[in-house]
Design a protein around this ligand. Structure first.
Ligand code: SF4
Length: 360
């Protein structure tokens, strides 16, 4: 069995793991290590302050690099997209979005995705494999080192369904938030799900402190099933009830729902009526995301269509925001970078449009 990788362990489990293998002064060694790993973003054994414990730690744990930077591209608006190759060969994407003082990192949680959403090329890849907690947090460490900029926000909206890789994603969130190590605030870590009801219920029961967003995309069951096969498992009312339970048990004031705008699919009056009907009793913020053309069988909306849709959404009496697609220019579409990097591998990601500036 391979040795555990130091970056894969939850920060509050490190001291116990060290103690278990006989590391002296395990508590103090683990405290120093956490600062190096999750604060300074150490990437090499030489950067870990292990002192006399080095031999014992190296005997029982691994700390080799988990990612190799394969490609990077920068858009005119400053958004940078990084393609990283995992040691097993798959390529994943991470996006750094600059918005005034904020530096938002859009991270992947899986190579590929099992959810098969029709508007997303990652869905067409199927699930290649789950990422480990260490792979997720190492992408942040590498990008901070390369850019010299401190990440302020992390959103799990890259490739993959984060709640389908629940344990690794929760460990990564905890390590991103670890105190005393330049933590990312709880409310600045966002997990976005396509709607796995059992996992949402677990998330609520465990009262996870990170924000949970739901990619709704339609409140009509038939439309949702058409564009998101996962909807066949979870009828819309069951799904929204799970979000109500989450809102209540985690004392969340507003639940954010993502709504990818697809003309001819989910922007007509019937869909506005369905939203008004189904969202009753749920305090929501609706994020409308104009679909970012990635070559699937849909059309990107014009701004006039988006404006008309959001005007009709006013009767929901909830905040409606339009999410600006950061880095939207030729060759910068989600997944293009990893597709170019991994020949013949179509991609894109949960990030239909990477989170960016709220414009309305
Ligand atoms: S949109 Fe997200 S959940 Fe759906 S297939 Fe793409 S990566 Fe998976």
């Amino acid at each position: 069995m391979p040795l555990p990788h130091l970056r894969d362990l939850r920060h509050d489990a490190l001291a116990g793991a060290f103690e278990h293998v006989g590391v002296e002064r395990a508590e103090s060694v683990s405290r120093r290590l956490i600062l190096a790993l999750h604060g300074r973003g150490a990437l090499d054994w030489d950067e870990l302050p292990l002192g006399r414990s080095a031999g014992r730690v190296r005997e029982h744990f691994r700390f080799e690099p988990l990612l190799e930077e394969a490609r990077v591209r920068e858009a005119d608006d400053g958004t940078r997209k990084f393609a990283f190759r995992l040691r097993s060969g798959e390529v994943i994407e991470t996006v750094l979005i600059r918005n005034r003082a904020n530096r938002t990192l859009c991270v992947s949680s899986q190579a590929g995705c099992a959810m098969g959403c029709g508007f997303c090329a990652t869905g067409a890849m199927g699930l290649l494999r789950n990422m480990t907690a260490g792979e997720i947090t190492e992408s942040k460490a590498r990008i901070e080192r390369e850019t010299g900029e401190r990440v302020t926000d992390v959103v799990f909206m890259g490739m993959g369904e984060p709640l389908h890789n629940y344990d690794a994603v929760m460990t990564a969130c905890a390590n991103l938030n670890v105190q005393d190590a330049a933590p990312i605030a709880r409310k600045r870590i966002t997990v976005s799900t396509s709607g796995l009801v059992d996992a949402i219920d677990r998330y609520a029961a465990e009262r996870q402190p990170w924000r949970l967003h739901l990619s709704l995309h339609s409140a009509i069951q038939e439309t949702r099933e058409r564009i998101m096969p996962i909807a066949r498992l979870h009828p819309i009312r069951e799904l929204l009830d799970s979000m109500r339970r989450y809102q209540e048990s985690c004392s969340v004031k507003w639940v954010t729902l993502q709504y990818v705008a697809l003309p001819g699919v989910n922007m007509d009056d019937a869909h506005v009526d369905a939203l008004e009907r189904e969202l009753r009793g749920l305090r929501t913020i609706l994020n409308v995301i104009p679909w970012n053309d990635t070559g699937a069988d849909f059309r990107a909306p014009t701004w006039a269509e988006v404006k008309d849709f959001t005007t009709r959404l006013r009767r929901l009496r909830c905040p409606v925001k339009v999410r600006y697609s950061a880095g939207k220019q030729e060759g910068m579409g989600c997944g293009q970078l990893s597709a170019e990097t991994l020949a013949a591998a179509p991609s894109t990601g949960h990030m239909i449009a990477p989170p960016g500036i709220f414009t309305a």
